[in-house]
Ligand binder design. Structure first.
Ligand SMILES: NC(=O)c1ccc[n+]([C@@H]2O[C@H](COP(=O)([O-])OP(=O)(O)OC[C@H]3O[C@@H](n4cnc5c(N)ncnc54)[C@H](O)[C@@H]3O)[C@@H](O)[C@H]2O)c1
Length: 353
């Protein structure tokens, strides 16, 4: 029997490389389509090429412009895992057009490639909890080191009003709605996953994206960290293997989940505030962090905890990796990968002439 084939747009990025690894290990053929714009993608490419000689194809391409290549690949694949994106809120504010072109137009191009194919592969789209905006209607209480929900609420469900904030929120949010509508209108199999903060190996975090990895990298390489707001913001964090298992669960339950949007995060058992994480690094893990505070970013939610129950009920999936366990695994990867990460993160000495 021939193996199933998956196209992963953005497959050389953090979530992409972890997904490729999982599906290659499970007998899939994987095509990675990436423009390699993100720092560290060459490291991920080398990792995949060194470890997977068979069933892996790498295509250098851009979802904004390479429509023909996307069309061709959609004729060959059974599943499209659409991850390619401009991923940082701050960058989206600086260059909203580029953000729009990659996230909204790029997703539209992927959808069109699928719609016009004869094979009509199913699409899994990595959306974001940012589609719910700043959650201004949610009552929040301020404690000493974290915000909490003020009432009975324990998590944000899909019933929460959509409220796109920031160019990133708008571009990802419009893509989210297009993906849902293409299922309704053209009878395609599509599923939207509104992901919380994801963390784990291969995350080459930077100042404005991937904060869990970034804080740890900053501590290891002695770099200053900026805390936007007062640091009491609470996030539910999801270990990347659990997210990849969620993608797998989507494929196995496609008839049930198609046409739906789901919130996917660490849930109420896997939350931390920035101050709590800094305390863990400084005091328990002996990884001192140097930080300063600055202005809150647009649309930054004081607290986001995903209510995963809709997806859990549909598929039986669960977020299995506890925060401590996940952080230790990420730290192990950062330490093992010191040789390849150092050139990227070490302060370069400038010699006086
Ligand atoms: N990491 C998170 O915490 C998180 C949370 C919510 C949603 N998401 C979504 O998950 C997806 C993957 O995120 P990630 O953390 O792996 O980010 P990442 O930056 O590591 O991966 C994105 C990949 O897309 C590629 N890319 C960018 N522009 C492209 C273009 N025009 N054409 C082709 N490839 C392009 C980049 O080179 C990169 O490899 C994104 O859609 C992101 O919005 C991530």
């Amino acid at each position: 029997m021939s193996s199933k084939k998956m196209l992963i747009t953005g497959g050389a990025g953090f979530i992409g490389v972890n997904s490729a690894k999982h599906f290659l290990n499970n007998g899939w053929e994987v095509v990675i389509f990436d423009n390699f714009s993100r720092q560290g993608t060459d490291i991920n490419r080398k990792f995949l090429e060194d470890n997977y000689k068979e069933r892996l194809q790498i295509v250098v391409g851009d979802i904004r412009t390479d429509q023909e290549e996307l069309n061709k690949l959609c004729e060959e694949c059974d599943i499209v895992l659409h991850l390619a994106a401009q991923v940082a809120v701050t960058t989206s504010v600086v260059d909203p057009r580029e953000d729009f072109e990659i996230n909204a137009l790029g997703t539209f191009n992927v959808l069109e490639a699928v719609r016009q194919s004869s094979k009509k592969p199913a699409i899994i789209y990595a959306s974001t909890n940012k589609v719910y905006g700043g959650l201004e209607d949610v009552e929040v209480a301020e404690g000493d080191i974290r915000y909490t929900f003020a009432g009975d609420m324990t998590g944000v469900s899909e019933a929460q009003l959509l409220d796109f904030h920031s160019p990133y929120g708008c571009s990802k949010g419009s893509a989210d709605q297009y993906v849902r509508d293409y299922s309704r209108l053209y009878d395609l199999k599509t599923v939207v996953l509104r992901q919380s903060c994801i963390y784990g190996p291969h995350q080459m975090g930077v100042e404005d994206q991937g904060w869990v990895a970034w804080f740890m990298i900053a501590a290891l390489y002695n770099k200053p960290v900026q805390i936007y707001g007062n640091g009491k913001q609470v996030r539910d964090v999801l270990y990347v293997d659990d997210l990849v298992n969620c993608y797998d669960a989507c494929i196995k339950n496609m008839d049930k989940v198609s046409g739906e949007a789901y919130n996917i995060g660490g849930g109420k058992s896997n939350t931390m505030s920035l101050l709590e994480f800094m305390d863990l690094l400084n005091n328990e893990m002996q990884m001192p962090l140097h930080y300063t505070f600055s202005e809150v970013r647009p649309g930054d939610q004081p607290i986001f905890i995903s209510d995963n129950s809709k997806f859990m009920e549909a598929t039986g999936w669960n977020a299995n990796t506890g925060v401590r366990e996940g952080i230790v695994r990420l730290l192990e990867w950062l330490q093992e990968s010191k040789d390849i990460l150092s050139p990227m993160y070490e302060v370069k000495e400038v010699k006086a002439s």
